[in-house]
Design a protein around this ligand. Structure first.
Ligand SMILES: [Zn+2]
Length: 267
């Protein structure tokens, strides 16, 4: 398989033992441009190495689409993964935030947005020649096992990357998409305040998010508790669901706070 100049240049840094891996702005810009080209678009992105950002970020400034990354963060990713594809996958994730319109209103980032970007990174890296392990390397090394309201846990993110990579592989091979969840197995739709994603609980008690390809990604667990209530474990948080399907969080002062609701799923 033909290697790009970018990958070769970084590999050279890796094989020279004493030299720590790094990603200079030119190499990062080249990588971003190749990612965008593999999406069939013109590369109108500004790429900046900046210590103002802790990891990597996509934002719009003066009507320009910017991707900024912390060079020390990227060097650490490259060092711990020993593959240049880890840097490409981090950048591809940020490119996706632009392409999917998430930079228009950055205050409303949802967990599903992160998974959609992860999925894209796996998809586009397949087209660029990466093996699945290479696509997963960065998230395996730096992902957090605990989810937050904006960032899903590592296991969900790795699954999203895998699904994107697998979808691209199937597309290349003329195969249909991966089989999707059985809609008959879905029992509830779950929504949270300030989160436009819709999650679903299936009859096995898995709480899943569906990406555009309707592939489920596991984010939590729902189990019966008491006579007509449920315990909901979602992204490392515990909630309870009452008989009217309202989802509650207990505050530190013991005052319950409604954070969402479930409703029976009807096809
Ligand atoms: Zn992101």
């Amino acid at each position: 398989m033909m290697r790009s100049f970018f990958v070769l240049a970084l590999l050279a840094a890796h094989t020279a033992h004493a030299q720590p891996a790094s990603l200079d702005e030119d190499a990062a810009r080249d990588a971003v441009h190749r990612i965008v080209r593999h999406s069939g678009l013109q590369p109108n992105f500004v790429v900046r190495a900046s210590t103002d950002t802790r990891t990597a970020i996509a934002y719009v400034k003066d009507r320009q689409r910017v991707i900024a990354y912390n060079p020390a963060f990227m060097a650490a990713v490259l060092d711990s993964t020993r593959t240049d594809w880890s840097a490409v996958s981090v950048l591809a994730h940020e490119v996706a935030h632009h392409l999917l319109g998430h930079t228009i209103d950055p205050s409303s980032l949802r967990p599903g947005d992160e998974l959609a970007c992860d999925r894209y990174s796996g998809f586009v890296l397949f087209g660029m020649g990466a093996a699945l392990e290479q696509c997963l390397a960065a998230q395996s090394a730096i992902g957090s096992p605990h989810g937050t309201r904006s960032h899903p846990p590592k296991h969900a993110r790795l699954e999203a990357i895998r699904q994107g990579w697998e979808d691209a592989r199937r597309l290349r091979g003329g195969l249909p998409p991966e089989p999707t969840n059985d809609p008959d197995a879905l029992r509830y739709m779950i929504t949270f305040v300030n989160d436009e994603n819709i999650y679903y609980a299936d009859s096995a008690g898995h709480v899943v998010w569906f990406d555009a390809g309707a592939c489920p990604i596991n984010l939590g667990e729902l189990r019966e508790e008491g006579k007509d209530g449920y315990a909901l474990q979602w992204m490392e948080e515990s909630f309870f669901v009452d008989g009217k399907l309202a989802i509650w969080r207990r505050s530190a002062h013991g005052m319950p706070l409604q954070v969402g609701r479930m409703q029976a799923y009807a096809r």
